[in-house]
Design a protein around this ligand. Sequence first.
Ligand SMILES: [Zn+2]
Length: 294
Amino acid sequence: MKTFSEVLGEARPNRVAIGHFNVSDLAGLKAVFESARELRLPVIVGLSEGERAFMRVRLAAAATKVLRDEYDYPIFLNADHTHSLASAEEAARAGYDSTVFDRSELPFAQNVSETKRAVEALKAINPSMLIEGEIGEIGTGSEIHEEALQGLRLTTPDEARDFASATGIDILAPAVGNTHGLSRSMIRGEVQKRLDIDRIAEISKATGLFMTLHGASGTNDEDLRRAIQAGITEIHIDTEVRLAWRRGLETAFTSEPDQVVPYKLLLAAVKAMKQVVSARLSLFSGKQDIATHG
Ligand SMILES: [Zn+2]
């Protein structure tokens, strides 16, 4: 089976991106895995520090490994937005394929020194773990916000190059118009996030690194296609899946008021999450026709 690094390495020349979806539990994992498998696409499951605290760091790793081994399937596990080295080390020891070591809230020099230290420490535990670093502002919280975030500081190609060479990261998370979460206007379909495609191309050229687009929920589809052409190799979708989960459950509770069997109710959430995951995976891989017609 291909390693995560090999899968990302193939994504770049093929001009596709690997989808990354956050999960909190086995229902989420089931939805992501089944969607990917139906489309025969590699996929990344991510857990933030909060999600890992809920599901347990090693339990998430074990569950993902079962699917990977049983189906010989390229499903990878990411320790998303990790703010302390201890937490990242715990994920490295548990066998996570990658981590987003996120110290982007610090001044640049401090972000560089802490990220560099994390790369060294994590590679010492697991040399094949990929380390992602983040610069610029993309907001926190994959939640529903009253207003769309504005005026966030975007990543420049120069700082991206300096950050990449000083830290030794494998993957860069830039700020290129992407933001975590969805505003109410985005949920109503009135507003979409728009990306700075030229900036993505310049950062890709300046660093030569794999690049992750965080906070892609609610982004214009054509911008996502162009971002992949410009060098994005991994795309994170979280809030759209969370919204589908909630709506799926609400529908189930409303239509079956006497139902108390958890897995029967949860299937509605799984089904709703799968619709989002499948549509996004199809877009990222250029397999749209399958999602639309199949
Ligand atoms: Zn993120």
